[in-house]
Design a binder for this molecule. Structure first.
Ligand code: F6P
Length: 474
């Protein structure tokens, strides 16, 4: 269904950088839609299924821009893709959102040399301001009087305030899908930028986070950087109160199960079963983001095979590491290290008929769902993660019950921690020991804990999570 955005006004709007679909060129001039990846898209797609909402997102690729131009600003199936100038987009998305704000949120800088806020960076920041302005303009034009606007993530931190200045009648919320840095780390940002990010978000009536840890860090930043009046769940700045809430996103059991029953997922099962054979399956599924800690995970597996030889030939490690943000050199280098370490493990331990690691970099959602059902142990060891839905999907789709090796630094540890093997993600030897314990857990205990994790994981499915955000707006 295609309608013109200039003639429609809607009462529920969502804004995020990445939308539900992105397009790729098929080599013969055609365009093929692809499901958007990442936790935000997974959550919002499920949450909005039964709502009549407008989703405003950016055209990410040249193919997306072709689609956006062909639509000439029209809304297709509730999606309005913004055709932004590619240079502005690149500076805002790669230079600021991914290379700066993401790194701050995940405490990822190697501070001996990074970050470097120079004239080039200031230029990127200007682009980020323009990019947020373009979103605010689009939302302003499409929102009905008194409409609700749900702004998502660090890409759009300035949008709530810009929107409020343009449209004081709107009810605005902002949700962060990432962790939030404590004030001493957030203070790495240039002073004026740190203030602009915080005051930008405080333009919202309500702010949401996945974990009390991230909400508390945000509130402390407001107190220290702005001198705002704060409580544990509110910030008052320039006479306006913004509510700060925690909504720990979960997964939808019925929907996941229904998707799992589709022929494409079922069709992946025989090959996976054959690959695993009589071994236990140690599984990880990540986008290859720097925060996911894939290299230390592989190192922990190498240490397992070195120090506990009883697991050789008895475990197969399937590591799905899907491409992400390859415009950034750090990500390309990281992917190369992941591939090198996986290769080294195989060179050291592979014997006839047994390959210890299978690293798959081609994104295949159906295969991921199929693998969840067969896993004996799931490894989720990010250095820091807003939530991590993989940790929640695994127990729900597990056939016989799965043991979870989980980083205590993931938001998901708040719900799943009591039943998982929690690890400090920097401690490789502890992760090795956790893998050993997880592989050694009896089938009964594993099934029991897995069932408990599955109920904790489904406590706040996307639709209820969305409703909780709307309720927080009052
Ligand atoms: O889903 C996790 C997440 O980190 C979100 O916080 C964020 O919006 C998204 O990934 C961004 O990923 P990408 O750069 O691929 O759009």
């Amino acid at each position: 269904m295609v309608t013109s955005v200039s003639t429609v006004t809607v009462s529920l709007l969502l804004a995020s950088n990445r939308g539900p679909v992105s397009y790729i060129e098929d080599g013969s001039g055609g365009l093929v839609p692809r499901r958007g990846s990442g936790g935000l898209v997974t959550a919002m797609t499920a949450a909005l299924r039964d709502n009549d909402a407008l989703w405003v997102c950016a055209a990410l690729t040249d193919a997306d821009r072709r689609v956006a131009r062909a639509r000439a600003g029209d809304v297709d199936h509730g999606v309005h893709m913004l055709d932004l100038d590619p240079v502005t987009f690149d500076r805002a998305y790669n230079g600021v959102a991914n290379a700066t704000l993401w790194f701050v949120a995940h405490l990822l800088f190697d501070t001996a040399s990074q970050p470097m806020f120079d004239a080039r960076w200031q230029r990127d920041w200007k682009a980020y301001q323009d990019y947020c302005g373009a979103f605010a303009d689009a939302l302003t034009g499409a929102a009905a009087p008194g409409a609700t606007v749900l702004v998502q993530d660090y890409h759009l931190a300035l949008v709530p305030r810009l929107l409020r200045e343009r449209r004081p009648d709107l009810r605005i919320s902002h949700f962060s899908h990432t962790p939030w840095a404590p004030p001493e780390y957030f203070g790495l940002l240039p002073d004026d930028v740190a203030r602009e990010v915080l005051t930008g978000m405080l333009g919202a009536d309500a702010l949401g986070f996945h974990s009390p840890r991230w909400a508390s860090a945000f509130v402390r930043c407001c107190a220290e950087v702005l001198g705002a009046a704060v409580t544990h769940d509110s910030v008052t700045w320039e006479g306006r109160l913004t509510r700060v809430s925690v909504h720990a996103l979960g997964v939808d059991r019925a929907e996941l199960t229904e998707r799992f029953d589709q022929p494409d997922v079922q069709g992946r099962l025989p090959a996976l079963r054959e690959l695993v054979g009589d071994c236990q399956l140690l599984l990880r599924i990540d986008r290859t983001e720097l925060s996911k800690n894939i290299v230390r995970g592989l190192e922990a597996y190498r240490e397992l095979l070195r120090t506990r030889p009883q697991w050789r030939r008895r475990v197969v490690h399937l590591a799905f590491a899907y491409p992400s943000r390859h415009d950034l050199p750090e990500y390309r280098e990281y992917t190369a290290v992941v591939q090198r370490v996986a290769r080294e493990v195989n060179e050291e331990f592979a014997v006839d008929g047994w390959v210890p690691v299978h690293l798959e970099v081609r994104d295949d959602f159906a295969r991921s769902l199929a693998a969840f059902s067969l896993a004996d142990v799931l490894v989720v060891n990010p250095v820091l993660d807003g939530m991590n839905l993989v940790a929640k999907e695994g127990p729900v789709l597990s056939e016989r019950g799965v043991s979870l090796v989980l980083s205590r630094q993931a938001g998901a540890a708040d719900q799943l921690g009591p039943y998982a093997h929690l690890v400090n993600p920097f401690d490789v030897s502890q992760t090795t020991e956790a893998m050993h314990q997880a592989l050694s857990t009896s089938p009964d205990v594993r099934a029991q804990r897995s069932a408990l994790m599955a109920s904790a994981a489904t406590a706040l499915p996307p639709a209820a999570w969305l409703q909780a955000q709307l309720d927080a707006l009052g």
